[in-house]
Design a protein around this ligand. Structure first.
Ligand code: SAM
Length: 255
């Protein structure tokens, strides 16, 4: 159990005690209530920021590669306003049930007509849907450190090996997302992890493996968010409880 604390003390040094306290505290959710929707949805403010970073416009072909339970899909759908297409994909059948419920109940009917829910393994998109999407959100499976901290069982199971394993899985999903993106298209890679190995390191690797990809600077950051080498990290000690959310924006050069 100590491994978790030692690991992040090394990463965050003198910032760690305040960050740890903030991670144990209340998160900061905003209510998403769209006119005509049956139910509101509550989403961390930093998650809203990450989804909006994708700059979706009506008419675009959009993929949310790891979409369940669907909070960020709601933001993408609200940017499309029913025009274009939104594919909400998630490999987990259980989580897809929740995803379908969220889309059905927290969006107005006119924003749902262009949405499909699928259950593919995200790593397959690069092969089977090559250069098909204008925008892709890859909100990758990650360590979810805030949840780990809240659960003695998960805390006991945490290991730096698992972080490394997840980092490899995230890299495969990101490679697939790059290949599924149209030339000129943009993607956002995101996690709710604290470890740089799951964040900047995954993006740094893909920039080497996929030379057509380049970083797009995110202009407007939430108050207190940190710029990392390649992306943005929203951490709760400086944002009154928001996050953790990491995101990086990439474009595929139109050559
Ligand atoms: C961080 S959660 C996504 C949260 C979601 N974007 C939201 O805002 O509500 C990661 C999701 O990835 C899904 N997942 C994990 N591995 C996957 C894979 N190889 N292909 C597709 N989905 C995957 C998990 O089932 C999980 O629902």
């Amino acid at each position: 159990m100590m491994e978790f604390f030692d690991y992040f003390e090394q990463v965050y040094a003198e910032r760690w005690p305040a960050l740890l306290e903030a991670l144990k505290g209340e998160g900061r959710a905003v209510e998403l209530r769209f006119d005509g929707a049956a139910e509101p949805y509550y989403l961390d403010e930093a998650s809203v920021f990450a989804a909006k970073t994708l700059s979706v416009e009506p008419g675009m072909a959009v993929l949310d590669m790891c979409a369940a339970p669907g909070g960020k899909s709601l933001i993408l759908a609200s940017m499309l306003k029913g025009e274009g297409s939104l594919q909400c994909n998630d490999r987990s059948p259980d989580r897809r049930i929740r995803l379908s419920h969220v889309l059905e109940n927290s969006l107005p009917p006119e924003w749902r007509t262009n949405i499909t829910v699928t259950g593919y393994d995200g790593v397959k998109f690069g092969l089977h849907k090559k250069e098909s999407y204008d925008r892709i959100l890859l909100d990758a499976p990650c360590s979810s450190d805030r949840h780990v901290l809240a659960s003695p069982t998960h805390l006991a199971e945490w290991s730096s090996k698992r972080v490394k394993r997840l980092s490899v899985e995230q890299g495969s999903l990101l490679a697939s997302a790059c290949d599924a993106l149209k030339p000129g298209g943009e993607l956002v890679y995101g996690t709710c992890a604290l470890a740089p190995l799951e964040n900047d390191a995954v993006v740094a690797k893909i920039l080497k493996k996929r030379p057509a990809m380049e970083i797009v600077q995110v202009e407007e950051l939430p108050e207190g968010a940190d710029r990392t080498e390649l992306g943005v990290h929203v951490l709760p000690d400086r944002t009154h409880g928001c996050g953790p959310i990491y995101c990086a924006k990439l474009r595929k050069r139109d050559v």
